[in-house]
Design a protein around this ligand. Structure first.
Ligand SMILES: *[C@@H]1O[C@H](CO)[C@@H](O)[C@H](O)[C@H]1NC(C)=O
Ligand SMILES: *[C@@H]1O[C@H](CO)[C@@H](O)[C@H](O)[C@H]1NC(C)=O
Length: 355
């Protein structure tokens, strides 16, 4: 009897302890900064209260950082004196599956739609912004985006966004990934649309022998995806100072000679896809980047011959161009799709599959 009373008492105390500790932790360590909460609620209102953002509620007990608000992530630091956390990631992404389900029911109702609200500028600690598979998202990319100075990953993809690639994106000096593919962007690409120059050093790359350091270095390479838009004109000569890891520009109407801006032996580029544009340049005169593994030049007006270095690539597609001459030694055995080894290939398929 005594023993069970004691047990009961212990249980009671334990329950009280648990309830007080959980309430104190939710009110201090995981509270979100009022500016961030206000910015998110203003965005929700500007988008007309879509069902997709139903978890974003204004009541004071609702915290944008405790996991109840979908699509939002905050930093882990509780070191600030107020204990308020900052929103570092906003990722409103419709999954492929969800997309298909919406197609079946004949509506994509409830999704975020309309322009990107200026209130987004209030999310001053944002590092990741991902707006994807939102066909109702429209209008141009607003200058408010340029205020997000900590942004490292910016993806606005498979939306109805239109207008130009803005030059103010060049102000985002922390940016390492820019994905604006599958939109309706048009016009020519402005010279200062990417942060330039300071991210890659050839000296560093060749002089350090610490593998870890090298990996760090690679993290600073910029991945650029502008494929499937309506961009025209030449690509900016200023890009010769940008440290690209990946460049994907396929299915636009780009023109001119991109080789000086993108290629060259000492560039860090690993993947290049400029297929289905109207680029024209002499491939014989180009030195390929040492780390390049993938290159798709198909459906352009590239002339000259395939350089010997191309034999080092894992994937090369130069079909539907104006190349002539022999393929370099070492390539003839790996290609099943090459129509003939010696070609005056004005329009003949000429490509090698992955080795
Ligand atoms: C292409 O470049 C190569 C090497 O620089 C040169 O020999 C050739 O004449 C050029 N072809 C054309 C059509 O300009
Ligand atoms: C090369 O590109 C052409 C045209 O874009 C495409 O039809 C073909 O399948 C590609 N070849 C390979 C091996 O990927």
């Amino acid at each position: 009897m005594m023993r069970s009373m004691m047990l009961l008492l212990c249980l009671f105390v334990a329950v009280i302890a648990a309830s007080t500790s959980s309430s104190s932790s939710s009110s201090s360590s995981s509270s979100c900064h009022p500016d961030d909460k206000a910015a998110l609620l203003a965005m929700k209102a500007a988008w007309g209260d879509p069902k997709q953002l139903a978890s974003w509620t204004p009541d004071s007990s609702s915290c944008c950082c405790d996991g109840d608000w979908h699509h939002v992530e905050c930093d882990d630091s509780t070191s600030t004196t107020t204990g308020q956390r900052r929103v570092t990631s906003l990722s409103i992404v419709v999954s492929q599956q969800q997309d298909d389900a919406d197609d079946d029911s004949g509506s994509s109702g409830g999704l975020v739609a309309g322009a990107i609200p200026d209130a987004i500028a209030g999310l001053t600690h944002l590092e990741n912004l991902d707006l994807r598979r939102l066909p109702g998202l429209s209008g141009p990319i607003p200058p408010a985006i340029a205020k997000l100075s900590k942004l490292a990953f910016l993806s606005i993809s498979r939306t109805g966004i239109s207008g130009p690639v803005p030059s103010f994106l060049g102000d985002l000096t922390s940016l390492t990934e820019l994905d604006l593919s599958y939109n309706s962007l048009s016009g020519s690409i402005p010279p200062s649309s990417l942060p330039c120059c300071n991210l890659w050093s050839i000296d560093l790359r060749h002089n350090h022998d610490d593998d870890e350091e090298e990996e760090d270095e690679y993290n600073y390479l910029i991945d650029l995806r502008l494929s499937h838009n309506r961009l025209s004109g030449p690509i900016p000569a200023e890009w010769s100072t940008v440290s690209f890891g990946t460049v994907s520009l396929s299915r636009n109407a780009l023109t001119g000679d991109p080789s000086a801006a993108l290629l060259g032996r000492d560039r860090p580029l690993q993947m290049l896809d400029i297929s289905r544009n109207a680029f024209s340049f002499n491939l014989s005169a180009v030195e390929l980047p040492e780390d390049l593994g993938f290159m798709d030049l198909s459906h352009n007006a590239v002339y000259g011959a395939v350089p010997a270095q191309a034999a080092n690539l894992q994937y090369l597609n130069v079909s539907y161009n104006r190349l002539c001459g022999e393929l370099p030694a070492g390539m003839e055995t790996c290609s099943t799709q090459t129509a003939s080894r010696t070609t005056h290939a004005s329009a003949a398929p000429l490509s090698t599959p992955v080795k």
